[in-house]
Design a protein around this ligand. Structure first.
Ligand SMILES: Nc1ncnc2c1ncn2[C@@H]1O[C@H](COP(=O)(O)OP(=O)(O)OP(=O)(O)O)[C@@H](O)[C@H]1O
Ligand SMILES: [Mg+2]
Length: 280
């Protein structure tokens, strides 16, 4: 479990960029941090992986404050994907990059190499490629693969889909979904509310260095006061069903006014769309 208890943080020791932040992330959950630029999301991620220490309060990983954990201990518990993958890629070949984490932890082994081979194959990565010559999407996949190969119980992903096209975004997110289904705790920062709505079970809403709310994704994204306060754009289908409900109050508490996804709206409207998207 990850727990923040009344955490404040600062980069220069004076200006607090996080103030009195408290939340808990249970093992096995899939949580997204959302909020405007500068809200403090990346700072919160840096506190989870111990790159930054709180000026007040405590960050606890499985009950132990990060201030008492060695970097190597933290690295084994929490895999971290930076906002920019180029900040973590540092080897000359894809294979070396995949093995780098094992090397840093002194855990190179034949089993580790087999696992790296399996993941490179699953991700469609060529072991001999030069990481710096790969395109943005593939570098992001490599950065993610080099974390997953270490099998950390928690992954922290700071904007894993930024700069990716739709196909790459879906590929990365489906990998993350499978990781979560196999029991990994996923903590993700994401600006795209459609992605957040599709994948995250719950969200933590931040604004100006504070946590405004934590709760089930759709429940919070349907809260107009909250989304306005945090300047969040609700996913399209949520916005549509809310608009229908407010323009036609008799619909507000029906399946149409409550639909969160396209398939819920189709069901609510009694439509059946055949495979391939053509109406029957
Ligand atoms: N390395 C740093 N040194 C000093 N101040 C910083 C540093 N990184 C971030 N800040 C400041 O801390 C505050 C929170 O920034 P943070 O990067 O955590 O926000 P964010 O929610 O991740 O924003 P974004 O959506 O733009 O990535 C901002 O005011 C930012 O200017
Ligand atoms: Mg950020």
């Amino acid at each position: 479990m990850i727990e923040f208890s009344h955490v404040s943080a600062s980069y220069d020791g004076e200006l607090a960029v996080l103030r009195d932040v408290s939340f808990r992330i249970e093992d096995g959950s899939f949580v997204a941090f959302v909020g405007t630029n500068g809200a403090g999301k990346s700072t919160t991620m840096r506190l989870i992986n111990g790159l930054l220490k709180p000026t007040e309060g405590q960050v606890l990983i499985d009950g132990t404050p990060t201030t008492e954990l060695k970097t190597s201990e933290l690295a084994q518990r929490v895999g971290f994907l930076f906002q920019n993958p180029d900040r973590q890629i540092c080897n000359n070949t894809v294979r070396e990059e995949m093995m780098f984490g094992f090397k840093a932890l002194g855990k190179e082994s034949p089993e580790a190499e087999v696992r790296a081979d399996e993941i490179m194959a699953a991700f469609g990565l060529n072991p001999d490629d030069d990481p710096f010559l790969l395109n943005r999407g593939t570098r992001q996949l490599l950065a993610l693969a080099s974390i997953i190969v270490l099998q950390p119980p928690v992954v922290v992903l700071d904007e894993p889909t930024t700069g990716l096209d739709f196909r790459e975004c879906t590929k990365v997110m489906e990998i993350i979904r499978r990781l979560h289904e196999r029991g990994t705790t996923v903590v993700m920062v994401c600006h795209d509310m459609e992605v957040v709505a599709d994948y995250a079970e719950s969200i933590i809403v931040m604004s100006a260095g504070r946590v405004l709310a934590q709760g089930p994704t759709y429940e919070l994204l349907r809260d107009r006061v909250l989304t306005q306060e945090a300047s969040l754009v609700a996913p399209q289908m949520v916005a549509l069903s809310l608009a229908l409900g407010s323009q036609h109050p008799q619909l507000a508490n029906t399946a149409v006014g409550q639909a969160n996804t396209l398939s819920e709206m189709e069901r609510a409207l009694g439509l059946e769309i055949a495979e391939g998207g053509e109406p029957r």
